[in-house]
Design a protein around this ligand. Structure first.
Ligand code: ADP
Ligand code: ZN
Length: 724
């Protein structure tokens, strides 16, 4: 038989299918070893056929690996095929989504250990008197059964091998799974569902629509509903996928899951070591684990017989992939749900406008939870007008109202969270004499000053630069800092409250496998009074002692020029505010703004999602923005400016033709430089379109696929979340 194989060679462009000879019995989906360019590499059989276009004598043979199952199951192969067609990318690329990177590079292996077991009854073990180690070892094995040889060698040096030589002991090699969560504390608290939760579970199970939207305020107990649905499927022998935006950020959730499902769940996230991820993946493939939990990529978990798929915080922007293929998690989840005939449950306190419209239109079922658990009130949101603060002569980052509440909170021995969506110390370094702004050499963006390392950092590529002592342009010595970052806030807070214990959480403080976890754990154990952080503190956390949340600049995200900025501001305020007052004590939120009349802030203050939605959807309709249209950006990037521009021209000519043939289907059409002209030394151009209908999409993908060259990357983005 001929096998169609994709090979995986790290850092090489072999997105093609290669023909090999293989044994008839080797199933499609198998992982194989394939001779390739003088080496042997890992490959995957993605199809089989009788004949090859290549002469048979030229074909090489692939060898099977000892896997007990093909790595790719039938559903994965079919889905990869669909996605490749939808996004017009090579099948090899979509197949990779279904495999852990560690498996493809072949660098990580199963962990295999030797185990010893007595093969005769203890009475029949006849040993010399001085063979003390062997005797003790035999007794130990008789008592404890099969045991890891490494452990036996520690206890009874040489004992096992002596017993083996005499034929009393059998040694077998077995794969063992690395357990990434050995150190995780168990949070073992089984709760009885409230009547509202029970009703939600029943509705979801009863309703016949595939997609179920669970719209519940923060703290309404959505997690418990997901877990109940998953547990029921597990009982019925079915598997589940549970997606959360950033699982490594929520150790509480991890503990809860491990306590509830033990080894039945496999948690996939970026904080795991390569070996751990590899093992977790195989546990799912073999069915030892039936629940896959993780971020976006866990939607590709190698499960069969899926009973439910859950997407928590469905509005989160991390569910859209930002590299090829640019799939949206929802689309893949829907394909899998339909194929498995199971429910797809979306949950959020602030559903995306697109999703909510589909629910209101009846396409999705809509389940509401309007109250927090135990009817706890939502925290009160106070508005602080920062214009008035400035007029009063307060130029600090903290309003009078926030300081007052902070003092009250600290003296009551409660905790506070301050949110600011900008890390570093100050946003930019500016020369007061000539107006020079320090910028990254590889990216067209200004640098951020980091005081702890006394350096300037580019937040796009991570490059560090030494702090300037004089302006490189005019030689002036009057450099000043503009804009405030999290580091600056911590420094200012410490001056105001020398006694307070302050923690900072942002991309700079959370490196390493347990970076987030350590900070969150310390805060949860009340080893700090104030947590200052970027939006990574907004999500999902449940700190009972937090009674105050300060949102330092609520307007920040309002001023991005993209159609989702109002929506995102509403979501962010609601999510951050939701961290306050989750236990007995009533919570408060201080929202600082330069734009106190802004209607988005007003809706957020009143927790009025419906009001926000009605307002937003009529704006979108009036302006023909999504969901009433589709925004498509073709982004063209390359290191050579001229070649990139050439590619842009070629794409543009093709697209323009489409446009002139179907003018009624376009609401907007233009080519330009991208807002950030250069990132990591790559020049960036774009063609921006707004489509009235989706039927032109395949043509757009086609035009872009045809214009692809070696030097230039062309990406099609649908309703992109990030338009930089
Ligand atoms: P959401 O995900 O909707 O924001 P959570 O699932 O985090 O809400 O639940 C909020 C709080 O209520 C958590 O502290 C959780 O432990 C608690 N909780 C949830 N369900 C119950 C229940 N049935 N009984 C008691 N406490 C519950
Ligand atoms: Zn840079």
């Amino acid at each position: 038989m001929i096998a169609e194989v994709i090979v995986d060679i790290a850092a090489s462009e072999t997105d093609r299918i290669f023909d090999y000879l293989c044994e008839d019995t080797l199933p499609v989906g198998s992982r194989v070893r394939a001779p390739f360019g003088g080496k042997t590499v890992t490959g995957f059989i993605i199809g089989k056929k009788e004949y090859s276009d290549c002469p048979t004598e030229k074909l090489k043979k692939v060898f099977p690996t000892p896997d007990e199952l093909p790595a790719l199951n039938e559903e994965c192969l079919a889905l990869a095929e669909k996605l490749a067609a939808r996004y017009r990318v090579p099948k090899a690329l979509t197949l990779r989504l279904f495999l852990p990177a560690e498996m493809r590079t072949g660098k990580v292996r199963e962990l295999v250990r030797s185990f010893a077991q007595l093969c005769v009854p203890l009475e029949d073990v006849k040993l010399a008197k001085n063979a003390k180690n062997q005797l003790a070892c035999a007794q130990y094995l008789a008592q404890n059964g099969k045991t890891d040889c490494a452990r036996l060698n520690e206890y009874f040096q040489g004992g096992v091998s002596g017993l083996e030589k005499k034929g009393y002991v059998k040694i077998t090699k077995e794969q063992v799974f690395r357990d990434p969560y050995k150190t995780l504390p168990f949070e073992n608290e089984l709760r009885t569902l409230t009547p509202d939760q029970t009703a939600a579970v029943e509705t979801i199970e009863r309703d016949t629509r595939t997609v179920q939207l669970l719209h519940g305020v923060t703290g309404s107990g959505k997690t418990e509903i997901y877990l109940t649905l998953i547990a029921k499927q597990l009982q019925a022998g079915k598997s589940s996928i549970f997606l959360v935006p950033e699982i490594s950020l929520t150790p509480q959730m991890l503990s809860q899951l491990r306590a509830r499902f033990g080894k039945s769940c496999a948690i996939l996230h970026s904080g795991l070591s390569a070996g751990e991820r590899f093992d977790e993946w195989w546990r799912l493939r073999t069915g030892e684990a039936k629940i896959a939990i993780g971020a976006r990529s866990a939607i590709f978990a190698p499960l069969e017989n899926i009973g439910v798929i859950v997407i928590d915080e469905e509005h989160d922007s991390s569910y859209a992939s930002e590299s090829a293929p640019r799939y949206t998690t929802f689309d893949v989840a829907l394909l899998r749900a339909k194929r498995n005939g199971c429910k797809l449950v979306l949950g959020s306190a602030t559903p995306s406008v697109e999703t909510y419209k589909r629910a209101k239109d009846g396409e999705f079922s809509l389940i509401r939870l309007n109250k927090r658990i135990n009817k706890k009130p939502m925290p009160e949101i106070l508005l602080a007008d920062m214009r008035r603060e400035v007029r009063r002569g307060n130029n600090s980052a903290f309003s009078g109202a926030l300081k007052e509440e902070l003092e009250r909170c600290l003296s009551a021995d409660k905790q506070a969270i301050l949110f600011l969506n900008r890390r570093g110390y100050s946003q930019t370094v500016i020369c007061k004499e000539c107006g020079y702004v320090a910028k990254c050499e590889a990216c067209d963006v200004s640098l951020t000053y980091h005081r702890d390392e006394d350096c300037l950092k580019c937040h796009y590529c991570g490059q560090k630069y030494g702090m300037l002592s004089a302006c490189p342009d005019c030689g002036g010595k009057k450099l000043t800092y503009a804009g405030t970052g999290t580091q600056r806030i911590v420094a200012d807070l410490q001056k105001l409250y020398p006694e307070a214990r302050i923690l900072r959480m942002d991309n700079d403080t959370t490196s390493g496998k347990e970076g987030h976890y350590k900070i969150l754990k310390a805060f949860a154990e009340h080893k700090a009074d104030i947590l200052v952080g970027t939006q990574m503190i907004a999500k999902g956390h449940d700190f009972p002692a937090v009674t105050l949340v300060g949102i330092l600049d609520a307007d920040m995200s309002l001023h991005f020029n993209d159609f989702r900025s109002r929506e995102r501001t509403f979501q962010l305020i609601t999510q951050v505010a939701g961290r306050s007052g989750r236990a007995e004590e009533k919570g408060k939120v201080v929202l600082q703004t330069f734009d106190p009349e802004n209607d988005v802030l007003r809706f957020a203050m009143d927790y009025d999602y419906e009001g926000f939605y009605d307002n937003e959807i009529s704006l979108r309709a009036a302006m023909a923005f999504p969901p009433f249209s589709k925004i498509v950006r073709v982004l063209i990037t390359g290191e050579d400016d001229k070649k990139t521009l050439e590619a842009l021209r070629e794409v543009y000519v093709g697209l323009e033709q489409l446009y002139t043939q179907n003018p009624e289907k376009f609401l907007f059409f233009n080519k330009m430089r991208a807002p950030i002209k250069r990132i990591q030394n790559k020049f960036r151009y774009q063609v921006l379109m707004r489509l009235a209908e989706r039927d032109l999409l395949p043509y757009i993908y086609g035009i872009c696929a045809d214009a692809k060259t070696r030097e230039v990357l062309i990406a099609v983005e649908e309703n992109p979340t990030n338009l930089s």
